[in-house]
Write a protein that binds this ligand. Sequence first.
Ligand code: HSE
Length: 328
Amino acid sequence: MNKVIGYAPATVGNVACGFDVLGFALTQPGDKVTITYIEKDVPTYEININSIVGDGGVLPKDTNRNTAGITLAKFLDNLLENKLIHPHFQISIDLEKNLPLSSGMGSSASSAAAALIAVNHLFNNIYPKKELVQFAMEGEYLACGSYHADNVSPAILGNFVLIRSYDPLDLIEIPSPTNLYATLIHPHLEVKTADARSILKDQIALKDAVKQWGNVGALVNGLLTQNMGVIGRSLEDFVAEPYRAPLIPSFYDVKHAAKDLGALGCSIAGSGPSLFAFSESEQIAKNVGLAMKEVFKTKAGLNADFWISKLDSPGANVISEHNTVASN
Ligand code: HSE
């Protein structure tokens, strides 16, 4: 029997201007997935979800209806189709959810990434990390009906990632300034990604597209040149934020509070309801988090949790491994 525990962190998709093409990882919080592998004499394979904790009993244990389960199933199907492994095993999944569901913090991506990194390790890292992203996107499709990669890419690779192209998948990792800090705040309510996507427009006006791609280019430049002013100016969104803001009570008050306290910029994390802000020091990032939390409470009557992180997360990794030889 082999047991491997994988961990993958929370992530922020879109990062204001980069709808479906930009995302970054935090260092924590994150989900943990324990994969237990048992070899079988007979030529069959089986994946089952043994336990899920931290989800309030909401997530399905049916492999094909769970983001970690479906991701592993697609990964193993691929290995079997390519005759890279033999179908003589049983794999059990124990999932520890530490990320709130429907939060905009990349909860489904975190579970899928943690499961993948663990099972890939079991098979001697058969694929490089970047190749795992395509499988984790299956979990996103299951969760919300869309194959977006802006959460799963940083959940697996860490740091800040740009998806230059989806077909073929072309992921570009972007280093961030060492003194750039993210505040991620989660007000206690749920917004389903599928709902938050369904309210977006199929088409955008050319004048908005011009502003949007100007900001994407500038944000990448600001990260690469460590120019905090450019980073701050680029955190604008004309594609998703205007339509999603009404889903988050007191969104603009919270955003203004973050900027008043010195944040470089602030927007919706992924499809919300969480918000992220960037700051140039840990102290400012903390003050920003406290101010946002206060405004959520006083203006919207919502409790909220927040986390501070640099943008240098290593992404998904194996945190424990335990090999034993089954005795007869
Ligand atoms: N890019 C995705 C969206 C992220 O905005 O719908 C979901 O977290």
